[in-house]
Design a protein around this ligand. Structure first.
Ligand code: COA
Length: 269
């Protein structure tokens, strides 16, 4: 049972990148449950078809499936144009698509570093630029970037992701100032470890998750629902004075000391 009004996003259209699974899927479904029509962009067509059908049947809202690689700016432009053509407008963009794998920095190839920067940082830019030019410059809008906390300090094995997410934070602040006067507000959520995601399963297998949970002041990992609810808050009227904000949702973990993806007792990951 949601604490938000069912019709909170009625009449609005949201595009969610990486929206077929995990946090993106959670945000998409939450927006649709509160009245928005949504479009999901994802590279994996099979995940996309299933997610879109499930969201439509669970919420009764339209859910457009947009197969595209966020790294391809022309494909992203086409997906944005299609969203506007089929759903009529584009009020909200959620930049959630991301790639991650743990890798000791000395072993990380240029292509490995580049793959994550291309998805997280350049992909965020591709969707942001397209949405602004095709709709938001004229009509205003809200952009929500899904960042992270691992670059707030130093997280071994995550140099590529830290660099990419730092760029996402920089875009959040820069565009908030540059586009605020045009009615486009840009904010970010920085989730800590979210237990029920593919990323967590990769980064925090079994015992690592247990150690991590013990380090979180509230003694639990985050859940997709935590981030989806916060997204509804930020994107609703309740967040209307937020611009350039990067909201940490991690149960206080980043204040508590070390956040590590290293296995116990050894350097690297
Ligand atoms: N350790 C070290 N290097 C790795 C790696 C790993 N676990 N996984 C990928 N790489 C490197 C590859 O070796 C390659 O570099 P190389 O050409 O020098 O060998 C480079 O990254 C690109 O790999 P590739 O598999 O071709 O990329 P991709 O575009 O198919 O995949 C990734 C993108 C790399 C981000 C992949 O991890 C992915 O698709 N992940 C799924 C989404 C995801 O990460 N979800 C969690 C979000 S938090």
């Amino acid at each position: 049972m949601s604490i938000f009004r069912d019709s909170l996003f009625a009449g609005r259209v949201a595009l969610i990148t990486g929206g077929a699974t995990g946090i993106g899927r959670g945000i998409a479904e939450a927006l649709a449950r509160h009245g928005a029509d949504v479009a999901l962009l994802s590279r994996k067509a099979e995940n996309l078809a299933a997610a879109s059908a499930e969201i439509e049947s669970a919420t009764g809202r339209r859910c457009l499936a947009l197969p595209a690689d966020i790294r391809n700016p022309e494909a992203v432009d086409a997906a944005v144009i299609r969203t506007i053509a089929e759903l009529g407008r584009l009020d909200i963009l959620v930049n959630n698509a991301a790639g991650n794998f743990p890798c000791a920095s000395e072993d990380l190839s240029p292509n490995g570093f580049g793959a994550v920067v291309d998805i997280d940082a350049k992909g965020t830019w591709h969707a942001t630029r397209s949405a602004f030019r095709a709709w938001m410059k004229e009509h205003g809008g809200r952009i929500l970037n899904i960042s992270a906390t691992l670059h707030h300090g130093g997280t071994p094995g995550q140099v590529h992701v830290a660099a990419a997410k730092a760029a996402v934070d920089a875009m959040t602040r820069t565009l908030a100032v540059e586009w605020g006067p045009l009615g486009v507000q840009v904010n970010a959520i920085a989730p800590g470890p979210i237990g029920d995601t593919e990323g967590a399963r990769r980064l925090f297998p079994g015992p690592v998750a247990d150690r991590l949970r013990a380090q979180v002041p509230i003694r639990r990992l985050g859940a997709i629902e935590d981030i989806a609810s916060l997204a509804l808050f930020v994107l609703s009227q309740a967040g209307s004075n937020l611009n350039g904000a990067i909201l940490v949702s991690d149960g206080g973990l980043s204040l508590s000391g070390r956040f590590s993806v290293e296995p116990e007792g050894g350097p690297g990951v």
